[in-house]
Design a protein around this ligand. Sequence first.
Ligand code: MN
Length: 272
Amino acid sequence: MPSRDDASKAAPRRPPGARPRVLLTNDDGLWAPGIESLGKALDPLCELWVVAPDREQSAASHAITLARPLRLHPVGERRYAVDGTPTDCVYLAVNHLLKDNPPLAVFSGVNHGANLADDVIYSGTVAGAIEGAILGVPFCAALSLVGRGRLDFTAAADFGRAMLERLLETPPERPMLLNVNVPAEPRGRGFALTRLGRRGYGASVVEKTDPRGRPYYWIGGPEQAHADLKGSDCNAVLDDGLVSVTPLHLDLTSNDALAALSNWSLPRHERR
Ligand code: MN
């Protein structure tokens, strides 16, 4: 019989026999096909909790709702719709619903459309995974399917399942935050470990006039060609037809700029 100390060192997060808890969210909303596919793929392996926005929150980035109350609507067993953002969903799930037994993993997606390169800054899907990491969940992954129109999420959901299988077999030695993009038409079943690439969008502001005679605007232009950067997520997915797995971290500090600013000074202000 292990002593209390031994038991706490082994630190099982769950009672023996209990299935590991996994939280699933997205930014396309609880009713989107991508989250349904991923849920079906993960559910047999774990105690799956689905907490997702009640409507689309794409490009919500890391917004958190602080200026109004949130509602948590139960819509099935361990399934909730939230009238908020992906960040709100993960926050409520980890800090409230699953408070007594936090999840082993947060999966966010499968998003309808790419989250490559700078997309991670705008993405609500990636934000869902990031919030999990901020709250100390040891494995957090955003999954996105790179394509347009009607998409088949099966391969992307299976990639998510493969990651969970691996996680359950071999828990990672350090926390992991992964941004995964799956090509809609993969060449085989290969994946690559990548860095964030570079890809812009055309700057577009369309001005129209509303029925009351006032101007309104639609912003956001089309995807442009990505920079050809070896080892980037864009190259892996868009050129090579591979799944890209990009590990992220939250420290946005630019070490290059920090060094480049070594002689920087400002009028009237003393640098210390
Ligand atoms: Mn989306």
